[in-house]
Write a protein that binds this ligand. Sequence first.
Ligand code: GLC
Length: 751
Amino acid sequence: MTQEKLNELLKDMSLEEKVGQMIQLPAEVLTGGGLVTGPTGTTQLTDEQVGMAGSVLGIKGAEKIRELQKQQMAKQPHHIPLLFMLDVINGFETIFPIPLALGCTFSPEMAEKACSVAAAEAASEGLHVTFSPMLDLVRDARWGRVMESPGEDPYLNSEMARAMVRGYQGDLRSKEKLAACLKHFAGYGAPEGGRDYDNVELSERTLMEDYLPAYEAAVKEGCRLAMTSFNTLNRVPSSGNKWLLRKLLREKMGFDGVVISDYSAVEEMVFHGIAADAREAAKLAVGAGVDIDMVSNAYAGHLAELVRSGEVPEKLVDEAVLRILTLKNDLGLFEDPFRDVDPAEAEKTLLRADFRQQARETAAASFVLLKNDGILPLRKEPENEAEEGQDSSCSGKGTVPSAGSTAWIGPYVDNHEIYGAWSFPERPEKTVTIRQGVEAKGLPGMSFARGSYMMDKGCATKFGRIPNPSDEQADALLEEALRLAASSQRVVLCLGEHKDLTGEAGSRTSLGISEGQMELLRKVRQVNPNIVTVLFCGRPLAVKEIAALSRALLVVWMPGTEGGNAIADVLFGDRVPQGKLAMTFPRSLGQVPVYYNHFATGRPNPPHEIHLFRNGYMDEVTAPLYPFGYGLSYTEFTYSEVKLDRREMKAGDRITASVTVTNTGGVSGVETVQLYLRDSSASVARPIRSLKGFQKVSLAPGESREVSFAIEEPMLRFYDIDMNHVSEPGRFEVYIGGSSDAENSAEFVLA
Ligand code: GLC
């Protein structure tokens, strides 16, 4: 439909019809069920209002969507098609690693492909919009939703934002694409205490410098929707924040898409104490620029009357509705409301072999090897007991372990639910477990035992308490596991936090795994020191003891459909680990929030030392256990010194920084070479270093490669003392290495 026709349609619509386009229904109103992603039973709409609604969230299934589209359009005076929206966060039916794991690939290409697969599967069932990418910068692992974010760095998050929007959207008229929705605008990743939905206090400089870049990148990439965040930003709830939505998002950042509130966030302004009632909440939200009211009664109940009373100019409603109609038009819905969705085609699309292969490669690339004394990769062929690196006296009880035997132990061994909290596969049984992945390798000497429950008795999760495993059952599991461990050459312990301890409403006051699993680890260690720990998690955990008791520690996050295969690929060396941490692992909970791009302070402390009257703690160094950008390979890489082709930069100049990276180990590997810059003195304090570039290089044993980065003046800009986004003359340090604590450096001066 042309823009002119859209304008004519808008003119012809009644006020009730227009307001209807600004209402989003929860699935339960239309189907009695659907995916639950917020409080249920809260919608009080008339049948007429339900009939007028412009969109719905939480519905899957090609048949169902076709049926509902037909049913709802028939009720619309102008038969305007509905938008069907869903949280397609890390894949649709082929589940990919959680976004935090995707960040650890440092591969925008992989992120783009993952989102393209997700869009193809979701669109094949008739979905139009995904509530993704979530781009909230995160620094506090207590917050459950860190698993949804690409991580703690503005640059990495921006690169991921661009790639994910490209992956989802492409050409929106294509039947394999979805409109993307950046979220949660803004600053939702910094709630006080890591408590979900809590207040966020950010200076405007910190907001602009650290939290905004990824949202900006998504806007520049053409992201079609933006979702307001639940939190108050400096005591103003985002859904009623005119400065945030109109001044910053639309005017300064140039966003011209649809703004949708988060789930019932408009009406929640009453609870925030900002609106006296839903009527006032509706007035605030439409004034701030919220186009769609997700699952609240504010717009449905009050917006038409607010317009008729003259308190809200109809122009505001018209602008919002035109943006919604434009999105529907760009999706081609006026020409084909069903986007020629065919349930049989959809069936063939879901879990396609090439999609699974992509998921397997992406999962393997997202794993981060935090420790390895040489026990990995596991040998495939049986070996004699005295084999180098395997402590044959491991049984400690005179039991001679069988050659090349590996015991796979832990509550994750047979677990299909190795996907993130925002995954809704119809067929979870299609997820490859660790046992299935290992057995598919067809190797001798593999044995399996559960060893413990995943969670302790009565452990609280957001969906209620876990059923109490009986003591006897738990003891029996432990006994069987210890017998197996004592009679095997090595043990792979598959441990982690349950997916329901992460995600929305998944904030925790501890960063450990269950006591039952820790007991399993400690007792196995007593009978066999040859432990490889595979750790499932949706957030950085405090893993000091786990690392100390393991000869190798591989973080696999929540790897998704191909998790078991990817884990087997990496542990047996068919794929070399290449992941780098996108979020810092703390030494202890007390360090949180802890992140690499912090400030020197006036009393800087060497990160691994404790000094009186210096920045830090009395009882712990400030260095994390594993820093941002860190991750091991099965080989080693060395770096030459940093070379700069000039030491002084004038306006318009470009400095080329380069290093030669060499694979000095015995196997091929992939290294993520990272470029960090530090502005040594400026009109405001600057981070001790900031990521400004990264490149992945694949090197064969002995191979060297020169890696170069272009450094240009715009990369040096920041919000100065007057909040101007400028660079300032002075000295800059350049660091290039395989982690954020690289010491390899050089200096230049900006004239
Ligand atoms: C949830 C989340 C948001 C999600 C929305 C719809 O509460 O905050 O990320 O997209 O509701 O499910």
